[in-house]
Ligand binder design. Structure first.
Ligand code: NAG
Ligand code: NAG
Ligand code: NAG
Ligand code: NAG
Ligand code: NAG
Ligand code: NAG
Ligand code: NAG
Length: 361
């Protein structure tokens, strides 16, 4: 057993090393600080370009059974120095990491690389009504199993879970977040997010989710992020009534919004596809497949007193499937024309040209 487990881990490591240089060779990010001399472009250093990207690479291994440098993911994060300037790959071997993890704002450029979203899990079980170390209730945002405040975070092929039981209808304080992203320019691919109420806290900043699986019941993607979800599966486990996305844009000046492109919506309903958590909530579904689980009306105003339906921006573009007609819905949710949908279809929605490698889109 010893042998097979360690050889399994080392072949995983090997695979990773092959991938490491390829995946982490993110394009350099440069800012022109000089003055119109960019035609003479043989040496960028001479032309006042300042590097703002990370310099150098570091690999840290984590293995729950002790074959890595650390057994816990938080220990690996703690090993990264403050004001980190390197691309840090935290390679997490298969297993369940039962811990609460925080990546602080002082530690940008960290990647969590799992061995697959079906084999590598970070999980915890806090609920909003649970009490923290100060005796106060945690409230929703503090319940996340994994919280990231840092910029330039990424995660690949790993799952995040909140294992608190799903609330029964009407229960208060059972919000239980699996993952909270509050940093800017975060990238996720092949990740799983599992929870019930409020699974993924897409709090603030620009984020890109590619081929992820997100499961929950009520408002299971929520917050004020400016995010694109591409080719993701949004899976409802609602037992009586559920909702996918609650977006919290508060003023018309904010650029935040949730853009779902080429996603699939599956599971149990009935389900609202979007809710106006903020007065200027913005949610667009494009090229998305809806199973037959969408509630009458499709969308919800949140409190039904502030006339959010006059200020929200809810749209659909070329969606399909048995539930698609209901998403066309009422009030402000409408089928967009190409010109209106266009800003919500490409990575430019999150300024992706500057921070997402072309092969990662
Ligand atoms: C890690 O240990 C657990 C129990 O201690 C075992 O079930 C599991 O198979 C081990 N995983 C690996 C990759 O060796
Ligand atoms: C750019 O050029 C303008 C006028 O040519 C000058 O006033 C300014 O100081 C220059 N800025 C830098 C950063 O060199
Ligand atoms: C390009 O820059 C170099 C060094 O700054 C300078 O010597 C050279 O004359 C420049 N060439 C042109 C065409 O501006
Ligand atoms: C660019 O210029 C800097 C300083 O002027 C020099 O140290 C460096 O070697 C140059 N790089 C190349 C590729 O020419
Ligand atoms: C993630 O998993 C997918 C599917 O198993 C695989 O094709 C891909 O190479 C993996 N990517 C990384 C960066 O681990
Ligand atoms: C959606 O994704 C499928 C494969 O997953 C791809 O073939 C298709 O071109 C995509 N459609 C759009 C509009 O991006
Ligand atoms: C907005 O919501 C209010 C209250 O729910 C409703 O009376 C009104 O007709 C709605 N307006 C539109 C434009 O849908």
């Amino acid at each position: 057993m010893e042998f097979s487990s360690s050889s399994c881990f080392s072949s995983f490591l090997l695979l990773f090393y092959v991938c490491f240089c390829l995946c982490l060779a993110t394009p350099p990010l440069v800012v022109a600080t000089g003055n119109g001399s960019s035609c003479n472009n043989t040496n960028t250093t001479r032309h006042h370009h300042k590097w703002i990207g990370p310099i150098g690479h570091r690999l840290i291994t984590v293995d729950v059974n002790g074959s890595g440098q650390f057994r816990s993911v938080q220990d690996a994060v703690d090993a990264v120095p403050e004001n980190n300037r390197k691309n840090v790959m935290i390679l997490i071997s298969p297993g369940h990491y039962i811990e609460k993890v925080v990546v602080p704002a002082t530690k940008p450029y960290i990647t969590f690389q799992g061995a697959g979203r079906e084999t590598t899990f970070i999980e915890w079980h806090d609920r909003a009504c649970d009490r923290g170390s100060n005796g106060q209730q945690l409230r929703t945002y503090q319940t996340a199993s994994v919280t990231v405040y840092a910029n330039y975070f990424s995660a690949r092929n790993i799952s995040f879970k909140n294992t608190a039981p799903a609330p029964k209808p009407g229960m208060q304080g059972w919000q239980a977040v699996a993952f909270r992203i509050s940093g800017d320019k975060a990238y996720f691919s092949g990740c799983g997010f599992y929870g019930a109420q409020d699974t993924l806290c897409d709090d603030a900043g620009r984020h890109y989710f590619k081929q992820c699986y997100i499961e929950g019941s009520i408002d299971f993607i929520f917050g004020n992020g400016r995010s694109m979800y591409k080719e993701c599966e949004l899976h409802s486990i609602a037992t009586r009534f559920g909702s996918i996305a609650a977006h919290d844009r508060k003023s018309p000046d904010e650029k935040s919004g949730f853009a779902f492109v080429n996603c699939t919506v599956t599971g149990t309903g009935p389900l609202y596809v979007g809710r106006a958590m903020g007065q200027y909530s913005r949610i667009v579904y494009s090229y998305t497949y809806f199973d037959n689980l969408v509630a009458q009306g499709g969308w919800d105003d949140w409190d039904h007193v502030n006339n959010q339906n006059k200020t929200v921006f809810f749209g659909v573009y070329k969606c399909w499937g048995p539930g698609a007609a209901a998403v066309g819905g009422v009030g402000r949710a409408k089928e967009l024309d190409f010109g209106t949908a266009h800003p919500f279809l490409a990575k430019s929605f999150v300024n992706g040209r500057h921070w997402i490698a072309p092969w990662d889109v």
